[in-house]
Design a protein around this ligand. Structure first.
Ligand SMILES: Nc1nc2c(ncn2[C@@H]2O[C@H](COP(=O)(O)OP(=O)(O)OP(=O)(O)O)[C@@H](O)[C@H]2O)c(=O)[nH]1
Ligand SMILES: [Zn+2]
Length: 197
């Protein structure tokens, strides 16, 4: 059996086990998992959760390395409004929003789509917004070797809307940066003004 076949077999085992647990959850909330509408739900839910947490099985640095190119420019590069969906690690309820990434190159540039892929890798896990923001910053900085990286994340948390404090209009903004962005306020301001609507 080759590596891909092994991974597929493992995936089937995990999804089957997740489905078993979902069936138990459906029973515990007082529903009947055998009624027509719910018969396939444990399996569907298992596949959905497996998909939404695929970041655990991905390597953000490896994703980035597929498209690093030499580049002599020294001005800021920004990819704005990368949407993401994640799960808050406290309630396993979705939080979602947009991430904007900027960096000052230092001999290399990165394929633009890879920045969005990196966001997906860290978003598709159990997360807190602060760590998501920091992890995206760190991997870009470490893998690309930029002079500076800055990441702003704005998100809505369903755990604050559909339960708990029930605040429908609040959103949370987190920011992380390093290198020249940590030293130069004007550069940070330039980035922030460029990502404004
Ligand atoms: N800092 C941070 N907190 C988060 C994030 N997602 C959810 N939370 C918070 O995690 C906290 C967990 O607090 P607890 O008091 O342990 O849990 P709880 O009783 O369910 O809290 P309430 O949501 O206030 O009802 C809550 O304040 C949530 O708003 C996140 O991404 N970052
Ligand atoms: Zn939460």
């Amino acid at each position: 059996m080759n590596t891909t076949q092994k991974a597929m077999q493992n995936q089937d085992i995990v999804i089957e086990e997740l489905a078993r647990h979902y069936r138990a959850i459906i029973e515990l909330i007082g529903e009947n998992p055998d009624r027509e509408g719910l018969r396939k739900t444990p399996l569907r839910a298992a596949k959905a959760l497996y998909y939404a947490t695929q970041g655990y099985r991905q390597d953000a640095s490896a994703v980035m390395k597929q498209a690093v190119f030499e580049y002599a420019g020294s001005r800021m590069i920004i990819v704005r409004d990368i949407e993401f969906y994640s799960f808050c690690e406290h309630h396993i309820l979705p939080f979602f929003g947009k991430i904007s990434v900027g960096y000052i190159p230092d001999g290399n540039m990165i394929g633009l789509s890879k920045l969005a892929r990196v966001v997906n890798v860290y978003a598709r896990r159990l997360q807190v917004q602060e760590r998501l923001t920091a992890e995206v910053t760190k991997v870009i900085s470490n893998t690309l070797g930029a002079k500076g990286v800055i990441v702003v994340c704005r998100a809505e948390h369903l755990c604050m809307k559909m339960r708990g404090v029930e605040k429908q209009d609040s959103s949370t903004t987190t920011i992380d940066y390093d290198g020249v962005f940590a030293e130069d306020t004007t550069l940070r301001q330039e980035f922030l003004s460029l990502i404004q609507n």
